[in-house]
Write a protein that binds this ligand. Sequence first.
Ligand code: NDP
Ligand code: GDR
Length: 354
Amino acid sequence: MKKAIITGITGQDGSYLAEQLLEKGYEVHGLRRRSSSFNTGRIEHVYRSAQDPETHLVLHYFDLTDSCNAARLIAQIEPDEIYNLAAQSHVAVSFETPEYTANADALGTLRLLEAIRTAGLGDCTRFYQASTSEMFGLVRESPQTERTPFYPRSPYGIAKLYAHWITVNYREAYGMFASSGILFNHESPRRGETFVTRKITMAVAAIKAGLAECLNLGNLDAERDWGHARDYVDGIWRILQHDSADDFVIATGETHSVRSFVERAFARAEMPIEWAGTGIEETGQCRRTGRTLVRIDPRYLRRAEVDHLRGDASKARQVLGWRPTVSFGELVDEMVDADIALLARKRQRDAPAA
Ligand code: NDP
Ligand code: GDR
């Protein structure tokens, strides 16, 4: 039985990866950080099924900023594979907490690599680093491939760039099996609520239920290559199963604006919108009632923006046999439907008993 460590198991990708590895028969060691309220909501179902003696999931406390903790866990567990998914992953927040973001996202990766090396596991433990399309930042060529030059535009992107290169360096300097997936944006009903896609689909559900008036957003013209997290996590696993360590872009090859995500999401909930006004005065209005459903709020504009991302995952397709299975429209529809259903369940639960 293979043993894997997943850092960031409580996050979107961690939860899908835990499911997939357990299904494949792995013993999974999930590393989570301590928080003052429950942060295991996304893996509750996996954890419950872990009561089954056939399922092997163990949770450990961990923090990217604590090197003793990383060294102890890795030496104790002696994993075959480590998936480093933990990170301060919010781009806008990284402008508010740049030092912490560098400590966790950049040095946190170094701590794990050093822990593998000093535990004497450099020639047997495979390491995956969660690199990101945010490293491309100010893009000058599209689509972006593994060879496109990097130009990050946020403390997050810069911290992740360090993590990316230190992973390459440990591969080259110490011969470690250390690989990166350069993943473009990927979403799902489990996406964090402050990322734009989930913020939109939750607002659509709340507006439809009469619980919110309007959705406030920043830059509607930013373009992203959005895929489904479940597909991308399969890509992550394939990267570590390849015969040699390498870096791979994982993307759909299609790009869509935030504006078109908004349009598709409201249309799915039968509230099609049209746009009026320009710049900061622009609004999205319900085509049927004329009610304002979307407004621009300058608080959500970024100090430095990444305007356009579109990935070319040809290498992953050819070498790993990976391809996305969920289209942009299917992704938006699934997220809207899931948030409408989630809200309905919550209201039913909260309703006073008759
Ligand atoms: P999430 O934000 O959903 O999850 C991040 C995980 O990291 C959570 O489990 C979080 O814990 C944990 N974490 C945060 N800070 C620390 C810390 N100091 N010590 C230990 N754990 C910590 O991210 P995703 O699942 O969406 O992304 C997974 C990884 O992939 C991240 O590294 C992200 O930067 C990267 N990435 C994501 C992309 C995407 O589109 N989703 C695209 C490209 C890369 P808690 O639950 O307590 O907050
Ligand atoms: P991103 O995702 O920054 O690409 O990072 P996010 O969903 O936060 O933003 C995407 C684009 O939408 C614009 N935007 C808004 N964003 C947020 N969060 N809130 C808003 O109200 C809003 N209005 C417009 C943003 O300006 C941006 O252009 C994600 C994270 O998962 C990273 O960890 C990961 O590395 C990258 O994707 C690939």
